[in-house]
Design a protein around this ligand. Structure first.
Ligand SMILES: [Zn+2]
Length: 237
């Protein structure tokens, strides 16, 4: 097939543009696949589950503390009441009974105070864990939001670039003979359709062309389409 050197150069430009468009499409597919940041998303889910767990633990310890404080208050009120009754009674038998109850109550009070202290210590630990998980979760949320927004911006940029390239492509293709385009499309479906001849190397398959084949290619008129003996790509000389 014949094609002017100008037409051949246009075809090489079109092939390069098609390569760029195809690379951009692949990149865009990766960015929009939803697989991006899957590690970070999974870390976010884990962290959210941990946050619920530690919030529940904190709620429980606060409940335990309130219960222990209420129990302690009841015992203290009882002690106060018994002490007043002890002061008021004149019966030694009653006084003995009250005193024995007071001893039991004081023992119970001491136990409840120990319990309250233990709960307070546990509350400190649970609270510290909750705060750590909360901070971690916020950091992951922020990182993910920043990355997603950067990703979104990149996608927008690529899409508008792709629109431009596609418009440029159809303009460029309109300048090339239909027959040459048809040959190009046919070869494109099998791989790289056009390559520049770089010394003895085919720019499409990167194979070195044998001396005999190269001599034949070089002997061809400039407006004759040469093809690579290895990959059948159109060779632009
Ligand atoms: Zn080749």
């Amino acid at each position: 097939m014949k094609a002017s050197e100008n037409q051949q150069a246009e075809l090489l430009g079109l092939a390069n543009l098609d390569l760029e468009i195809s690379r951009t499409r692949t990149y865009l597919t990766n960015l929009t696949s939803g697989n991006a940041f899957s590690d970070l998303r999974s870390a976010q889910r884990d962290c959210a589950a941990q946050l619920i767990e530690s919030r529940n633990a904190l709620d429980q310890v606060e409940l335990d503390l309130a219960r222990a404080e209420a129990d302690l208050k009841l015992v203290e009120q009882r002690i106060e009441k018994d002490a007043a009754a002890l002061n008021a009674t004149s019966s030694s038998k009653d006084a003995q009974g009250i005193q024995s109850e007071l001893e039991t109550l004081k023992k119970r009070k001491s136990e409840l105070e120990d319990l309250e202290l233990a709960i307070l210590e546990r509350k400190d630990e649970v609270e510290a864990t909750y705060k750590t998980v909360l901070t971690d979760k916020q950091a992951i949320d922020e990182e993910l939001a920043a990355k997603e927004s950067a990703n979104e911006a990149e996608i927008m940029k690529l899409r508008s670039g792709l629109d431009l390239s596609t418009a440029q492509r159809s303009q460029q293709a309109s300048r090339i003979d239909a027959e040459l385009i048809a040959l190009y499309e046919k070869k494109s479906s099998r791989g790289l359709a056009v390559g520049r001849l770089l010394g003895r190397e085919c720019g499409a398959c990167r194979m070195t062309i044998g001396a005999t084949a190269l001599a034949e290619i070089n002997a061809m008129p400039r407006d004759e389409i040469a093809t690579c003996p290895d990959c059948q790509a159109i060779l632009i000389r």
